[in-house]
Design a protein around this ligand. Structure first.
Ligand code: NAP
Length: 267
């Protein structure tokens, strides 16, 4: 799996990772979810995204099972605090509880799941920085923040820098390209795109044609397009082994400028 530097962290991270939303919600499907994440790890998808919200902590428990026995240094684990918990004390407690469920001593990035205004962002970011100082997270980041909110979050941090912003990014929703992507590139903040497969809604002729010509699948073409810039990462979620394999194979080719343009025009 191709890796690239994650924002200004200096850490190389797999461009394609693994999402976990809706994992850990149901005991009957847990075994398959753990197996899918393990297969992903074998294929180099070592960037795993989760959140205290997913399955009410269940997804973090599934991740714990999947990463058991895997060298910790070879993993890049990201989780998130719910805005309702994001007071100073609440953020510290939420992170400690996530680590307990994940069965690890630290996460790689700790994110605020979205901006809500319920707790002052300065309190949340101070807590994030305290967590980093205690070694409970290596880096801090945000999710679903616009440029103005990112500026406020960054201003509230002392020495720490925002490592990433995790945002909606798929072929039918490229809103981030207007302001957020240029801002993040200027500030050296990684963009992690979520819901990259858009529930199948990107299947336009142009994508299918490029896929056919390349001997790839339309989803591989989509994931490839969505990570075409050095600032971009993506975290598709897959519980089925054939989906994990397909997603892991999405970067074995480089889209030519005319193919990029054709897809660009189509959406
Ligand atoms: N920060 C946020 O607010 C936020 C919001 C949404 C999502 N996220 C994160 O981003 C991750 C990804 O987003 P998402 O789960 O919303 O959507 P997604 O990854 O775009 O789509 C997941 C769906 O696509 C299916 N799928 C995956 N690979 C496939 C393939 N190769 N062929 C056919 N179907 C495939 C999965 O099926 P199977 O599971 O059956 O394989 C699942 O139903 C989440 O899991 C979560 O970690 C973050």
């Amino acid at each position: 799996m191709i890796t690239r530097l994650f924002g200004a962290t200096g850490v190389a991270v797999p461009v394609i990772g693994q999402g976990t939303w809706h994992m850990g919600e149901n005991r009957r499907t847990e075994r398959a979810e753990i197996a899918a994440l393990r297969l992903g790890l074998e294929l180099g998808l070592t960037h795993i995204d989760t959140a205290e919200m997913y399955g009410d902590g269940g997804a973090e428990r599934v991740v714990a099972q999947a990463i058991k026995g895997h060298p910790r240094d070879a993993l890049f684990i990201v989780t998130k605090v719910l805005p309702s918990n994001a007071s100073y004390a609440g953020t510290i407690k939420a992170c400690e509880q996530s680590l307990e469920r994940l069965g690890i001593g630290h996460v790689d990035v700790y994110l605020v799941h979205w901006w809500s205004g319920r707790h002052p962002i300065a309190d949340t970011m101070r807590a994030m920085e305290a967590l980093a100082k205690r070694g409970l997270t290596r880096f801090v980041g945000v999710s679903n923040f616009d440029v103005a909110q990112m500026r406020q979050a960054q201003a509230a941090l002392g020495s720490a820098r925002l490592a990433c912003n995790q945002v909606l990014y798929h072929l039918r929703d490229r809103a981030i390209e207007r302001d957020l992507l240029p801002h993040c590139e200027r500030e050296k903040v990684a963009i992690v795109g979520y819901t990259p497969l858009a529930r199948g809604g990107f299947m336009r002729d142009e994508v299918v044609e490029v896929a056919k010509a390349r001997g790839r699948t339309p989803r591989q073409v989509a994931l490839n397009f969505l990570t075409r810039r050095a600032s971009l990462f993506t975290i598709p979620k897959a519980s089925q082994p054939e989906h994990v394999r397909e997603n892991a194979g999405a970067l074995d080719f480089t889209l030519a400028p005319e193919e990029l343009r054709a897809i660009d025009r189509a959406f």
